[in-house]
Design a protein around this ligand. Structure first.
Ligand code: 1CP
Length: 367
C-alpha cells in the first residue's frame, strides 16, 4: 500500500486528519458508523447557563477576539451534550467586518451594517481577506481547539447569498427585497459582489482548515427565499466554485451546505459539490434523501421547537427523524435550524443520547 500523501491539483499536501475515522467524518462521507453522529446548529451560547456566565457583555465581535474564551465557548456544548462535533464559535459576518466593511453584531438583533452595499463603489470596502493578519484571533482559537478537542471541529463561513443579504439589506430581513432587486436589476454588480464574498469565505475556510478544523459548513441560511431558477443562475455557480476550490486545496474534507426553507432547492444544492446537504425541518428526511439523491449525505432535521416542551414530545419527534433517515449510511443528526434560546439544555442532552442509542443509518448490525 502506498504511504504517499495525496497531492491536490494545486500542489497542497492532504495530511490525513486525526479524526478521519470519527463517526461524524464517516457519516459525512456516507460510510458506516458505530453510532449516528449528532451535533446541534447554534449549540454554543444562548441556552447554556455556562455560556452566559463566561461570555461577558458587549458584541460577539469583541468576544471572538479572545481565543481562550472562544475555545471555552466552543467546548461547552460538546462537554455538556456529548456531541460528535464542535462548531467553531464565531459568526458569518466576521470576514466582512474584519476587512472593514462596517458591520457590527447588535446583541439580540444580529448583524447591522452602517452603510449598506448599494453600488460598485462599495466593492472597494470588500478587499480580499488575509486571514493571518485580518483574523489572527480566528487562526489562534482554531489552533487551540485542535490541540484540545476529542471530536472534529467544524469550521464555517456564510454562504454568498446570506452574507450578501446582510450587506445589502443593512441587517436582518424578512422579505429580502433590496438584495433580490439588486440581483435581478444589476446582474454584473451582483456577480462582482458574490465573487468577492466567495473569495472571502474561501480564504476564511482555508485558514480554519489549515489551523486544524476537520470539516466545514457553509451557512447559506436564507437562500430558501429564492426561486430555484434564481438560485441556480445567481447563487449556485459561486457556491460550486467555493466547494471546487476547497476540494482542490483540501481534498477529501467533509463539507456541509445548509439553508432554511430550501425544500425546492435541495436537488440543486446537491450539485454544488458538497459532501452533505443540511435539511430544515419542513421536508421529511426520506423525501429529502430522494431529492438530494445518492452520493450525498444529509444532515438534520428535528424541528428546534420540538425541544421546547416535554421530553415525551422531543423523544417521539427524534425517533420520527431517525425512522425517516432509514438504515442507509450518510445521516448526521441535527436540528432543522439553530437551537432556540429558551431550550432546556437537559432536553438536548437526552436527544443526543437517544440518537446514539437508537439511530440506525449506516450502523453496522451487531453480529
Ligand atoms: O454554536 C454555534 O453555532 C455558535 C456559533 C455561531 C454560528 C455558527 C454564531 C454565533 N453564529 C453562527 C452563524 C450565523 N450567524 C448564521 C447561520 C446560522 C443560522 O442560520 O442561524 C447566521 C444567519 C448568522 C447571523 C446572525 N448573527 C444572527 C441572525 C440574525 C437574523 O437575520 O435573524 C444573529 C442573531 C447573530 C449574532 C450571533 N451569532 C452567534 C451568537 C452567539 C450570536 C448572538 C450574539 C449576541 O447577541 O451577543
Amino acid at each position: 500500500m502506498s504511504t504517499a500523501v495525496p497531492r491536490a491539483p494545486g500542489g497542497a499536501a492532504h495530511a490525513p486528519d486525526r479524526f478521519d475515522d470519527a463517526p461524524f467524518m464517516r457519516a459525512c462521507r456516507g460510510q458506516s458508523v458505530p453510532h449516528v453522529p449528532v451535533w446541534f446548529m447554534r449549540q454554543a451560547g444562548r441556552s447554556l447557563p455556562e455560556y452566559r456566565a463566561a461570555r461577558g457583555p458587549g458584541s460577539i465581535l469583541d468576544a471572538i477576539h479572545q481565543p481562550e474564551l472562544v475555545a471555552e465557548l466552543t467546548c461547552q456544548p460538546v462537554d455538556r451534550y456529548g456531541t460528535d462535533a464542535a462548531i467553531f464559535f464565531s459568526d458569518i459576518v466576521v470576514p466582512a467586518a474584519a476587512v472593514g466593511f462596517g458591520v457590527d453584531v447588535a446583541p439580540g438583533t444580529g448583524p447591522v451594517v452602517s452603510e449598506p452595499f448599494r453600488s460598485a463603489a462599495d466593492l472597494e470596502r470588500l478587499r480580499p481577506l488575509e486571514p493571518e493578519t485580518d483574523t489572527p484571533y480566528v487562526v489562534e482559537a482554531v489552533r487551540l481547539l485542535a490541540a484540545t478537542l476529542d471530536v472534529p471541529l467544524i469550521g464555517f463561513a456564510g454562504g454568498p447569498f446570506t452574507v450578501a443579504s446582510y450587506l445589502v439589506e443593512g441587517g436582518p430581513s424578512k422579505n429580502f427585497t433590496k438584495v433580490k432587486s439588486l440581483m435581478l436589476s444589476e446582474p454584473a454588480l451582483w456577480q462582482a459582489l458574490v465573487e468577492r464574498l466567495t473569495d472571502m469565505a474561501l480564504a476564511s475556510l482555508r485558514s480554519q482548515l489549515d489551523a486544524g478544523a476537520s470539516a466545514i459548513q457553509v451557512f447559506d441560511s436564507w437562500a430558501g427565499i429564492l426561486t430555484p431558477r434564481h438560485y441556480e443562475e445567481l447563487v449556485l455557480p459561486a457556491t460550486r466554485r467555493l466547494f471546487a476550490d476547497l476540494e482542490a486545496s483540501h481534498p477529501g474534507t467533509p463539507t456541509i451546505l445548509f439553508g432554511v426553507g430550501t425544500g425546492e432547492l435541495l436537488p440543486l444544492m446537491a450539485t454544488a459539490g458538497t459532501s452533505v446537504v443540511g435539511i430544515d425541518w419542513r421536508v421529511p428526511l426520506d423525501e429529502a434523501r430522494r431529492r438530494v439523491g445518492p452520493g450525498t449525505a444529509v444532515q438534520g432535521n428535528l424541528d428546534p421547537a420540538m425541544c421546547l416542551g416535554s421530553w415525551d414530545v422531543a423523544a417521539a419527534e427524534t425517533r420520527e427523524v431517525l425512522g425517516l433517515a432509514g438504515t442507509a449510511p450518510g445521516h448526521v443528526f441535527n436540528l432543522g435550524h439553530g437551537v432556540l434560546p429558551e431550550t432546556d439544555p437537559g432536553i438536548l442532552e437526552e436527544v443526543a443520547a437517544l440518537v446514539h442509542a437508537e439511530g440506525r443509518a449506516g450502523v453496522e448490525p451487531v453480529p
